[in-house]
Design a protein around this ligand. Structure first.
Ligand SMILES: *[C@@H]1O[C@H](CO)[C@@H](O)[C@H](O)[C@H]1NC(C)=O
Ligand SMILES: *[C@@H]1O[C@H](CO)[C@@H](O)[C@H](O)[C@H]1NC(C)=O
Length: 219
């Protein structure tokens, strides 16, 4: 092969790789349905398929009503993912509902496996995400409006309004996963060493221990 054709081949392969790695989140499915057997001890990339399938495997009523928002941050997330709807296994999508009391915050977090699109059911929210270049994209969104949080990027929603707010969130993963930044760093078990956090945040051990104590299980 000449230098030019090798070069063309490499470019083609790179293009194919980039396409295949950017067009979807969860992998393509290989059959009509593969309803999760959540009880199976066999672990695969996803869940094994069960055989005794019913319509209820594709059903969930848990987003119909607001969740209680008397949480530490004044917001409550209800997932409608493969753990609640076994029929979502291998389908690459899921939903959630988030309810916010006035002042409520869904604290900064990421979804390692999905882009999120929120649709405001009621109220008004200040939302934002931060890119890897450390740019904050933020906006106030209200009933009927939509906002996108790109896959993997840190994002948050805050209800600065006087009434309750709620969104439906859609994900391109059957199980997007959530890593809440504060809890990840200050409530891990076993704990992240204090000297990692003092240097990372440029504060003293006392400050780090104070934040850790806020996340300690209530006795
Ligand atoms: C359906 O299959 C699952 C796993 O194979 C089992 O745990 C469950 O008891 C079965 N349910 C019925 C109603 O047979
Ligand atoms: C939230 O409110 C409900 C109902 O009013 C109550 O049962 C529950 O204990 C409260 N939870 C907390 C964490 O305060």
């Amino acid at each position: 092969m000449g230098g030019a054709s090798v070069c063309r081949m490499v470019v083609t392969m790179l293009a194919m790789f980039m396409l295949s790695s950017t067009v979807s989140a969860d992998p393509e499915m290989l059959q009509d349905i593969c309803v999760a057997d959540l009880t199976s001890a066999v672990k695969v990339n996803g869940f094994t398929c069960k055989s005794n399938v019913t319509a209820d495997d594709f059903f969930f009523a848990g987003l119909a009503k607001p969740a209680l928002t008397n949480t530490t941050t004044g917001a409550a997330v209800t997932g409608a993912n493969v753990q609640r709807i076994p029929g979502l296994n291998t389908l690459g999508v899921s939903l959630g509902r988030i309810d916010y009391a006035p002042g409520g915050l869904n604290p900064p977090h990421t979804h390692p496996r999905a882009t999120e699109v929120v649709f405001v059911l009621e109220g008004e929210l200040d939302v934002g995400f931060i890119t890897t270049a450390n740019i904050l994209y933020s906006k106030t969104i209200k009933k009927g409006e939509v906002f996108v949080f790109p896959k993997g990027l840190v994002h948050f929603q805050k209800n600065n309004g006087k009434s309750n707010a709620a969104v439906v969130a859609a994900f391109n993963s059957q199980l997007p996963g959530t890593q809440s930044i504060a809890a990840t760093l200050f409530a891990a078990a076993p704990p992240v060493p204090d000297n990692v956090l003092t240097t990372a945040f440029q504060v003293g051990t006392k400050e780090v221990q104070k934040i850790k104590s806020k996340f300690a299980p209530k006795k």
